[in-house]
Ligand binder design. Structure first.
Ligand code: LHQ
Length: 259
């Protein structure tokens, strides 16, 4: 359910249930999580590229898995979130390596919100983001209420979540919800090039950079200045910093090792 390749430090994860627009069943949840855990543990992984197979990126939870017409007690969706979605969201945000998301087509429900948890989001111009939850009586999850409110502010976050109106890739980029909308034909080559260039970067420093930026919203300026000091101290001890400065002085391209 998830296609995996590791080439030149880029771990490419392709959600692969195209006939269901890559909606999540348990197997796909577990496969994705296992790969993000691997990205944490494996120094050979220096960037992650997440995308979807076929014409969609991800349509959120597989709704066929919980057909109410089959009877039985109402499912505990809180348990589903705690067991499947929330660990993955936390792992993605806490992974101190760049995570690029190439949204190749529609991203609905938790599918949209998993994209927003990635560090750099590129989307095909034809892709749409849909907070589909309100259509089926649910609330935004997979971190969506948090990221939408933080990134967009309440007026746009509420309108998107309450109406479930599709948001075009272009407008998502204009609103700062994603990095870029790209022509469909160029999305995957550009995303792969970006991932490759980040994977060839100073991984430790990039990871600390991610930590710093994610800490800013809840830190005071004083706390953030302290954190910058600590992170810079750590980055300054890395061999990639020594290499970066040496390469600059020698007027050549840096060869970072990721440590
Ligand atoms: C699907 C799905 C899908 C199964 C398309 N499931 N088959 C929820 C509950 C539990 C715990 C916690 O969290 C959550 C989080 C959530 O994510 S809730 C939100 C769940 N997602 C949705 O409500 C989106 C449902 N899908 C749609 O509204 C549409 O499919 C979109 C707008 C995404 C795409 O529309 P179209 O491009 O017109 O494609 P389609 O609807 O024809 O879908 C293609 C096929 O994929 C189709 O199957 P079929 O056998 O008829 O060809 C769909 O049934 C299937 N599919 N999404 N979530």
């Amino acid at each position: 359910t998830v296609l995996v390749t590791l080439v030149d430090g880029v771990l490419t994860l392709t959600l692969n249930r195209p006939e269901k627009l890559n909606s999540f069943n348990e197997e796909m949840h577990l496969a994705l999580r296992a790969q993000i855990e691997r990205a944490h543990a494996d120094p050979a992984v220096r960037a992650v590229l997440l995308t979807g197979a076929g014409r969609g990126f991800c349509a959120g939870q597989d709704l066929g898995d919980r057909d109410p017409r089959k009877g039985g007690p109402a499912p505990d969706l809180g348990h589903t979130l705690e067991t499947f979605y929330n660990p993955t969201l936390r792992l993605l945000r806490n992974l101190e390596k760049p995570v690029i998301c190439a949204v190749n087509g529609v991203a609905a429900g938790a599918g949209a919100n998993i994209a927003f948890a990635c560090d750099i989001v590129l989307a095909a111009r034809s892709a749409k983001f849909i907070q589909a939850f309100s259509k089926i009586g649910l609330v935004p999850d997979a971190g969506g209420s948090w990221s939408l409110a933080r990134i967009l502010g309440e007026p746009r976050a509420k309108a998107l979540a309450l109406t479930a109106e599709p948001l075009s890739a272009e407008r998502a980029a204009d609103w700062g919800l994603i990095w870029k909308a790209l022509d469909d034909e160029t999305l995957m080559t550009e995303a792969a090039a970006l991932a490759a260039s980040l994977a060839a970067g100073p991984t430790l420093g990039l990871g600390l950079t991610k930590r710093l930026i994610q800490s800013a919203a809840t830190n005071s300026l004083d706390e953030q200045l302290d954190l910058e000091r600590d992170c810079q101290r750590q980055a300054g001890r890395s061999s990639d910093y020594a290499e970066g400065v040496t390469a600059f002085l020698e007027k050549r391209k840096s060869e970072f090792k990721g440590q």
